[in-house]
Design a protein around this ligand. Structure first.
Ligand SMILES: Nc1nc2c(c(=O)[nH]1)N[C@H]1C(S)=C(S)[C@@H](COP(=O)(O)OP(=O)(O)OC[C@H]3O[C@@H](n4cnc5c(=O)[nH]c(N)nc54)[C@H](O)[C@@H]3O)O[C@H]1N2
Ligand SMILES: Nc1nc2c(c(=O)[nH]1)N[C@H]1C(S)=C(S)[C@@H](COP(=O)(O)OP(=O)(O)OC[C@H]3O[C@@H](n4cnc5c(=O)[nH]c(N)nc54)[C@H](O)[C@@H]3O)O[C@H]1N2
Ligand code: SF4
Ligand SMILES: [Mo]
Length: 728
């Protein structure tokens, strides 16, 4: 079953995201808590922070008779405004999910067989500590891998890995946004926000913001683009919800966005439409750039992108005319192609030359807010080099996050040294990494796997021990600063007591640390931790405020242009915005983005592209009983032309086969995708029987995706896989 247009409209409506609703949004001036409310122990309203996706929207939990009855949006957060999406609402079902992990368990059958023994927390901790200790004494602490995805309690997990002595922490960025972050950092020395609310002209490559929700960008697009009639030009091989709201949609040939952007730069420079003031005062390398883009004409780009050259020329002119209020939006998931870094860098350069830096309606360096820090006992730095050899292969990449796919290759080869134990927090590498069969091999060679999750993820299903974390509504977490154009400080406090035998991550970390002889490093409570963080908030009665409101944001309008003075030093080698980058050149990369045509599928193949829907996060909420109502099974989008050629009817079961695997799912024959690619949503075809709604239902894209990564950042390249499709 696919999503219909009606489903999507209903979703946006249900989520409070309709254009009309958004038009009334005002930033950070409403208070939910002005009205008087009476509370009892059983009936309360508790402000907290959603944990169902990276946005961390502010929510107010309504508790009745001791149960979470409803979640309301908290209007005081300028980032999430007065919005909670469908997933945010469905967080209630994370707590009351019959499938959730309810006590620690140790595997008793073969890996993946699904035989588990419920154990006490002591048994689970003793077992894991023994196994981690064995790996350490046989192979050194570096033989343990600690992988995790963002979350307010991730810090404790990472610290345990480091205190244990392992340099091998690996995080999600190289499966997500590493290339876009590195590209903007290489150009501006920082990753800015995009002032969509005030922009006049927005171009988006993919970045399906009406389904892939980012706050405040999604609401700003509704308020800015749909209400104030800023123009939106959207490039995507699929007709997404964002395409349906755009002024112009181009089903660009996949992998050719760089050609489109270079041609835009060509036109703008050839017609002398760039911002002379910004370019001369703040950038280096304009002459080299001008020379570099000469061959990249719109006529040339038309052949690459299949977007008419006259449209590229017109769009370039309109974009430059909008100048400071024009935005080539960066997008977030940039795990697309092997040259992704250079595509994102070209966007950054294009933004720079029209002078939208630090302007209202342009790109704005993120503002931050101060908070205190809890001072814990420091440990010695891990001694061994990283197993992914990041320094050697990706000298410019963010060191602390690691490079996931290269790491998996090295773990499989056992070089430069063996990895024997794997601890995982809030991540499902069996679905988040391409080529599931390789991840399964990685699992096989581990002497020990421990997983901390709220549900039985596919990786947990293959683990030796699972530690059930309390759901976010059952715990108090560290305070977080959410940087942005309107930064905010958010707090997540316990709404209801854990209903099963679960623990917050800090207590899981402490249980392990104690047995590993590392207890002193974690000798504090979550209350002490958050009290220390409240201390430096520049507001009176900070702790009381945060407990009562759940969020704090500085009042007033954002200030633009703070970095626009000739003395400002950008955090780059030259202190300027680097159109031409010596640093890249020294590291052996192209100092200006060079286009190479992407490899093309054979006539009997399709490129597999990925994306999202508004009502699931990644692969992890398809088993949520409310969200499951939106979609019970994923399907394969295929254009009617190739479908007819292959004799594929709408709704027929098809096989999708790449060089690494084959899956079966139903076909959705639709004009909403180009004929040369196919699309499937991830989150289905689960291996874990404890995700009973989606176990073995539909298919997992991770089973067919091949391993490829961006050369500069090491970011996974998820759109480089070619598949054959046939009736099954
Ligand atoms: N509802 C919901 N919201 C989310 C998330 C979620 O899981 N669910 N996840 C959050 C996270 S962590 C992330 S990283 C973001 C991801 O959000 P985005 O950065 O918007 O990325 P995606 O939606 O994954 O993919 C973007 C689009 O790129 C298109 N595309 C594929 N190849 C090409 C190409 O060559 N050129 C162009 N122009 N387009 C192409 C795909 O068809 C897809 O529609 O969303 C965040 N928000
Ligand atoms: N095939 C494919 N792979 C992808 C992508 C794709 O579109 N397709 N997208 C990529 C992107 S952009 C990203 S960001 C990554 C995301 O992929 P992951 O990093 O794996 O993140 P999630 O899928 O959000 O969540 C992973 C696990 O966290 C658990 N979890 C949720 N809440 C909690 C909690 O409070 N505590 C604990 N302990 N666990 C919790 C969930 O149950 C789930 O098992 O995947 C990347 N990989
Ligand atoms: S966008 Fe939705 S899922 Fe994500 S934090 Fe906000 S309410 Fe929660
Ligand atoms: Mo992501």
């Amino acid at each position: 079953m696919g999503t219909t247009r009606m489903d999507r409209r209903l979703f946006l409506k249900a989520a409070g995201l309709t254009a009309g609703a958004a038009a009334t949004l005002e930033v950070g001036c409403l208070s939910y808590f002005k009205k008087g409310r009476s509370a009892t122990a059983d009936n309360r309203e508790v402000p907290t922070t959603c944990e169902l996706c990276p946005n961390k929207c502010s929510a107010i939990a309504v508790v009745e008779a001791g149960r979470v009855k409803k979640l309301n949006p908290n209007p005081e957060n300028p980032k999430s405004r007065d919005m909670l999406c469908a997933r945010g609402n469905a967080a209630i079902k994370q707590v009351y999910d019959p499938d959730r992990l309810k006590q620690p368990m140790i595997r008793v059958g073969a890996r993946g067989e699904g035989k588990w023994k419920p154990v006490s927390w002591d048994e689970a901790f003793d077992f894991a500590a023994k196994k981690l200790g064995e790996a350490k004494s046989k192979y050194g602490p570096e033989s343990t891998l600690w992988s995790s995805t963002e979350g307010f309690q991730e810090v404790f997990f990472k610290n345990l890995g480091l205190a244990f002595g392992s340099p091998n922490l690996v995080r999600h960025p190289t499966l997500c946004l590493a290339s876009v972050n590195l590209a903007y950092s290489a150009t501006f020395g920082t990753v800015p926000s995009f002032d969509l609310l005030n922009s006049k002209y927005v171009i988006m490559s993919g970045a399906n913001r009406f389904e892939s929700i980012i706050t405040p960008d999604t609401m700003d697009l509704i308020g800015g683009v749909m209400e104030r009639k800023a123009k939106l030009v959207y490039l995507d091989p699929r007709f997404t919800v964002t395409a349906s709201k755009a002024d112009e949609w181009y089903p660009i040939k996949p992998g050719t966005d760089l050609a489109f952007i270079l041609a835009m730069i060509h036109v703008i420079i050839a017609e002398n439409r760039h911002s002379k003031e910004f370019v001369s005062a703040y950038t280096v390398g304009f002459e080299q750039l001008a020379e570099h883009v000469k061959p990249y004409t719109p006529e040339w780009a038309e052949k690459e992108t299949e977007i008419p050259g006259k449209d590229i020329t017109r769009i370039a002119r309109e974009f430059a005319d909008a100048g400071a209020r024009a935005l080539y939006y960066a997008g977030r998931r940039s795990s697309w192609y092997q040259n992704d870094f250079q595509m994102r860098r070209a966007q950054a350069i294009l933004n720079a030359i029209v002078g939208n830096w630090d302007q209202m309606g342009g790109m704005v360096p993120n503002a931050k807010l101060p908070k205190g820090e809890f001072l814990f006992m420091p440990w010695d730095e891990p001694k061994a080099p990283r197993v992914d050899e990041i320094e050697k292969h990706f000298p410019l990449a963010a060191k602390g996050d690691g490079v996931y796919l290269k790491l998996r290759e090295n773990v499989l080869s056992g070089k430069p040294y063996p990895i024997k134990a794997w601890m995982v927090y809030k991540q499902d590498p069996l679905n988040a990494m391409p080529d599931q069969s390789k991840t399964l091999k990685m699992i096989e060679q581990m002497d020990f796997i421990g997983v901390i999750d709220v549900q039985m993820s596919d990786l947990a299903w293959y683990a030796d021990v699972v530690f059930p974390e309390s759901a976010y509504l059952e715990r108090t977490d560290p305070v977080e600063v959410m940087p942005g154009i309107w930064p905010a400080v958010v707090f997540r406090q316990q709404v209801v007591k854990p209903i099963h035998d679960t623990k917050p991550n800090l207590e899981i970390v402490q249980g392990l640390a104690k047995r590993l002889g590392l207890g002193d490093y974690f000798d504090y409570t979550i209350e002490q931790w958050v009290e220390a963080e409240f201390k430096d908030l520049p507001i009176p009665m900070a702790a009381e405020h945060m407990k009562k409101h759940g969020v704090w944001a500085a009042s007033g309008q954002p200030s633009y242009g703070k970095t626009l003075n000739p003395d400002h030093r950008f955090v780059t080698k030259t202190g300027k915005v680097e159109l031409f980058s010596e640093r890249l050149q020294e590291a052996g990369y192209d100092p200006l983005p060079v286009y190479a045509a992407p490899k093309q599928p054979r006539s009997d193949q399709f490129r597999l592209v990925l994306g999202r829907v508004g009502y699931f996060t990644h692969a992890n909420q398809s088993n949520n009983v409310w969200l499951h109502e939106f979609m019970k099974e994923n399907d394969l989008w295929i254009n009617p032309k190739p479908a007819a050629r292959l004799g594929i009817q709408n709704g027929a079961t098809v096989s999708v086969t790449s060089s690494v695997g084959s899956v079966k799912l139903k076909a959705r024959v639709t004009e909403e995708i180009r004929p040369d690619c196919v699309f499937m949503l991830h989150g289905f075809g689960k291996k874990s029987k404890m995700q009973s709604l989606v176990y073995n239902v539909g298919a997992s894209d991770a089973a067919v995706l091949e391993t490829a990564w961006d050369q500069v950042s090491g970011n996974a390249a998820f759109h480089e896989t070619f598949v054959k499709v046939a009736t099954a």
